[in-house]
Design a protein around this ligand. Structure first.
Ligand code: PAF
Length: 322
């Protein structure tokens, strides 16, 4: 395994993706510190490590290089970090609220950078405005992970991850911020995540938003895996309608989208055919979905430019009403 510089990495949120990244980064020699929602999960991570299942029957227990504390201790400033180079924000969108942001602030020192992994849009502006001098990056990933216990995760599909600095154009020109991202990407690659530096993360965010806005609500409403969206003409017609409506909004708003949206969405359905989408998972588990940050945001954008999006309006209402 290639050696990379050792870094201190804080992970806020120990759900499926947090455990997957934390486990593999720790196994590759990085110092990982989790900030969890419960103290039970924090103590379990420290005492038992992370059980990581990858591929057929390949299970590893990662114990070294892992610290964990309840995020409440950072929020109430009982414990501050400040020495982590990176804070990976891996909670759901809806958990990024004032309290969590104040926790992130208390963990941020002068060399800290923040990397967000959420689906949807809205949270990045919120974090950028609140964190001001702390550089905020976004990651768009197609890695698949399933949490099977408080400290257990299955890697359900390997994917590609793009990392890029968001917002403020002037920050993007700063060589030290690009270097910092390259160092983190090196650590991700060494840990086993295929990762690229993106100069156009904004465009990728909107590409992913469209994919999620088409696949996620329909799989959640019909309760089917992604691949089954392509199985009947009824389903593909609706999938296509959601793509066309989103593209009309993007065109009116000046958001660029390269290539044929429906072809790309159909390709994601094929390549993740057996996946349960994140929204369907939420519906099955009875937890709130990300519909407001995905289709809700698209509807908001559409209203600003007077573009009708009846498909997105309907699925937004249907999923909200579940
Ligand atoms: O949210 C999800 O589930 C994923 O982003 C995607 C790409 C739709 C695959 O399941």
């Amino acid at each position: 395994m290639k050696r990379v510089d050792e870094m201190k990495i804080d992970i806020v949120g120990a759900g499926a993706l947090g455990l997957l990244y934390g486990g593999k980064l720790a196994a590759s020699g990085q110092q990982v510190r989790f900030w969890t929602r419960t103290s039970e999960q924090a103590s379990r991570l420290v005492s038992q490590g992370i059980t990581l299942e990858e591929g057929a029957g390949r299970t590893e227990v990662v114990r070294g290089n892992i610290g964990a504390y309840p995020i409440q201790e950072a929020i109430s400033r009982l414990r501050t970090g400040k020495d982590a180079e990176w804070i990976l924000v891996m909670t759901k969108q809806r958990h990024i609220d004032k309290a969590l942001i104040s926790g992130i602030q208390s963990l941020s020192g002068k060399n800290t950078k923040v990397l967000c992994f959420q689906n949807g849009i809205g949270h990045l502006e919120l974090l950028e405005n609140a964190l001001r001098s702390i550089p905020v990056y976004a990651a768009i990933t197609t890695e698949g992970a399933k949490r099977t216990g408080t400290n257990c995760v299955v890697r359900s599909g390997t994917g590609t991850t793009s990392v890029g600095l968001v917002g403020n154009g002037h920050l993007r020109e700063q060589p030290h911020l690009k270097k910092a991202a390259e160092k983190l990407i090196d650590a991700f690659v060494t840990a086993g995540f295929y990762t690229l530096l993106s100069k156009e993360i904004g465009r990728e965010i909107y590409r992913k938003l469209l994919i999620n806005a088409a696949i996620n609500p329909l799989t959640a409403i019909w309760r089917i895996p992604n691949g089954e969206l392509l199985e009947t003409a009824e389903r593909t017609a609706l999938l296509k309608q959601l793509c066309d409506e989103a593209i009309s909004v993007y065109n009116a708003k000046g958001v660029s989208f390269e290539g044929d949206a429906y072809a790309q969405v159909a390709e994601v359905c094929r390549s993740t055919a057996s996946n349960t989408s994140s929204m369907l998972k939420d519906v099955i588990q009875g937890t709130p979905t990300e519909i407001d940050y995905i289709n809700g945001k698209l509807v908001e954008m559409a209203r600003l430019v007077n573009i009708p999006v009846p498909g997105h309006e309907t699925v937004w209402r249907l999923v909200r009403g579940m």
